[in-house]
Ligand binder design. Sequence first.
Ligand code: ZN
Ligand code: FE
Length: 241
Amino acid sequence: MKMKIEQIPCLSDNYGYLLHDEESGLTASIDTPDGKVIAARADELGWTLTHIFNTHHHFDHVGGNAYLKDKYGVTIIGPKADAKRIPGIDQAVSDGETFTFGNHQVHVFHTPGHTKGHCVYYIPGSNCVFVGDTLFALGCGRLFEGTPAQMFESLAKLAALPDTTDVYCAHEYTLSNGAFALTVDPDNVDLQSYMSEARTLRNQGLPTVPTTIEREKRANPFIRAANAKELGEIRAAKDNF
Ligand code: ZN
Ligand code: FE
């Protein structure tokens, strides 16, 4: 049985997520942009938080770790490469590793670029991947600690997932990403229709996330970059957009 996923807008443009396995009763928070908001939603749903899966060390992703650990005694799982920067980490995981969450297998991919230690969590049994700040709808994370070559490899790992995989990004950046993407790839009809849908959703106050691997492979200039050099050039142009 697929797990339930609850999307929780936090801070100015972050998304927190609760991942709930009915069968085992386990509930994970994917990152912790706002501990109090996440706890309130979990309580409303009657889900008791048991885990946190962190993607990377930035404050808008781990800021609620201490509060939630204190409140629920959760087990915190995060990237080994960044274990020192993940508050309260209990279990450090590495690239290619799989761990069990209820009746589900969670696959860890190390996706450096945005940060050195960034990782993503892929759950084939629920057809979803939580990508933190590696991949965004029509964008990718800024290269704060990594190189274009690392981000290129990281995006290639995501591009290799099944096309129908639901992609849960950590921010609502789609309209600004798309405005830039249209300057890179103005004649891409998939990008044009993606953007008109995204505008409609945002006008109604609705999220554009999750996206899918297929949508991104058709329209996202970063995941479509032919090589690390091209990715680096597009990323640099976006930084100055
Ligand atoms: Zn970040
Ligand atoms: Fe972030």
